[in-house]
Design a protein around this ligand. Structure first.
Ligand code: ZN
Length: 511
């Protein structure tokens, strides 16, 4: 059984923004963690390429939609490589295998008698690709998200019988772990309680889409097709791609991590479509919050959009990851503040973790011939060993509940406690008396060992920093041994060489 995790399939109207980077980093961290504890992971990301909005964007650029999509999807692909994202599948919804899976799925839904021809009338936001309530029914009313006028639509569409699944959807969304966080769950329960309406799954005026097999001038509604990307991704690189191959290959998803704005599609429409096709529903839909900048909504008109590429080139991967993972509680809205960013990186990573490693390693090299000291056991109890054990246990517990901010805090707390232990014991004073040598060895060994565990715990969170810490301790991490087994106390090897210290993370300057 694989653990299947997905980012949303990002819409290719523009290059990745900070919000997409955030979601993808969280999924990356969870995927890395699951692999490290021995699970087989399928981490899916990709792009959602069809729809009127893309057709128009390409038209404005004077190019074919396919060319536009090729360009943007390549930007996404390169971008995730730059961020060292460990995805397993990158699905493009314009790919032929995806189309085959969509057609197969459509046949199944038809067999369940869930498709009929109807008339779709209403106000439509092209930005959202969604029909909207228009409170005053006026042509000047704007989509609250896009601030653009809605368009009146009146066309024959194929409909999906969502209303038939009212009872089943009610049951699913009330299951304790299906929707997180709880606020989002309540919103969805509210929405569903007002009664589910059938929704249209085809368009007649959109050529950039997957053709509906039995209706000449219809293409599938972009959401109907895009959600299926999660399924087709699983069999995307096998020779024979089919719905069945994807199901056998790992469906259902364990978690869809998405922004809260697209929760309704994932937690209501999607499960109903899947039940109709005789497929399992995802185990969890997690709707995370939005990112603001210095307390303000980011937007092109405000001119305050934070470019993730600039952040990456200026600060590197680890600092941005640490801020996004540790400072935002997954599910809540988050705020990016320049000053806070610099302070957090300097305090947590440079001062608390980096400095601990650097100064302890320097002391050990100076006093013990460039080596780790003997693992002396002088004191009756090893306080630091106990603290490390508790931190490791808590860390696993938090990670398994997707509380990555709290898992990151456990690592930081262990580093804070290790610094306290070092300062309380003052080995730099003890070393002046020759009789104290055994106790100094014990203290330094304990601090280095705790630092080794801190470095390992960082592996799913900050892979780069973790490996730098590991090499500063003599490259102790062994890929062939399960990572979580290496979190046990006492694996630091006495008398092994310590390389010359060099800073593992640089302090940032606030401009
Ligand atoms: Zn909109």
């Amino acid at each position: 059984m694989s653990f299947v995790i997905t980012t949303p399939l990002y819409y290719v109207n523009d290059k990745p923004h900070l919000g997409s980077v955030y979601t993808t980093i969280i999924c990356d961290s969870i995927s890395r963690y699951k692999r490290l504890i021995g699970e087989d992971v399928i981490f899916i990301t990709g792009v959602d390429e069809h729809g009127l909005k893309i057709q128009r964007t390409a038209n404005e650029k004077g190019i074919e939609p396919k060319i536009h999509c090729d360009e943007i999807s390549e930007i996404f692909n390169i971008n995730w490589k730059n961020w060292d994202i460990s995805y397993d599948k990158f699905i493009r919804t314009s790919s032929i295998n995806h189309e085959l899976v969509v057609n197969e799925f459509y046949e199944r839904v038809k067999e369940s008698d869930d498709i009929y021809m109807g008339v779709q009338k209403g106000w439509y936001c092209v930005g959202c690709e969604e029909f909207k309530d228009n409170p005053d029914n006026s042509a000047t009313y704007k989509c609250p998200i896009h601030q653009k006028n809605l368009e009146w639509k009146n066309e024959e569409n194929l409909f999906f019988r969502l209303s038939k699944y009212q009872k089943q959807i009610e049951k699913i969304i009330n299951e304790p772990s299906f929707i997180e966080p709880i606020e989002r769950k309540n919103e969805i329960i509210n929405f569903v309680s007002r009664g589910l309406k059938d929704f249209s799954i085809s368009r007649t005026n959109v050529s950039w889409g997957i053709p509906v097999p039995d209706h000449n001038n219809h293409t599938f509604y972009v959401w109907f097709d895009a959600l299926l990307g999660y399924v087709s991704a699983i069999s995307s690189d096998t020779k024979e791609h089919s719905l069945e191959k994807s199901i056998i290959g790992g469906w259902p998803a364990d978690i869809h991590l998405i922004g809260k704005d697209i929760l309704r599609f994932h937690a209501v429409y999607w499960p109903a479509m899947l039940i109709s096709a005789g497929m399992k529903v995802p185990k969890k839909v997690f709707g995370h919050g939005f990112l603001t900048r210095e307390g303000q909504k980011m937007g092109k008109s405000l001119g305050n959009v934070l470019d993730p590429d600039l952040l990456l080139s200026k600060y590197g991967n680890d600092p941005v990851r640490w801020y996004l993972i540790k400072d935002i509680s997954l599910g809540n809205d988050g705020d990016f503040q320049d000053k806070r960013f610099v302070d957090i990186i300097n305090n947590d990573l440079a001062n608390t973790i980096g400095n601990l490693l650097n100064r302890t390693s320097s002391m050990s090299r100076k006093w013990f011939d460039n080596k780790v000291p003997d693992n002396e056991k002088i004191s009756s109890e090893n306080k630091l060993k106990q603290l490390a054990k508790i931190s490791v246990e808590n860390y696993h517990e938090k990670f398994n509940k997707y509380k990555l901010d709290l898992a990151a805090n456990e690592v930081l707390n262990l580093a804070i406690n290790t610094n306290l232990y070092l300062n309380d014991n003052q080995p730099w004073l003890l070393i002046k008396e020759k009789d104290n040598l055994p106790i100094v060895k014990e203290i330094i060994y304990n601090v280095l060992e705790s630092t080794r565990i801190i470095g390992l715990l960082l592996l799913p969170l900050l892979p780069e920093l973790s490996s730098k810490i590991d090499s500063q301790l003599g490259s102790l991490y062994k890929k062939e041994i399960r990572w979580d087994q290496q979190l046990k106390w006492g694996l630091l090897i006495s008398n092994s060489s310590l390389p010359k210290p060099s800073p593992v993370i640089n302090k940032l300057e606030y401009e």
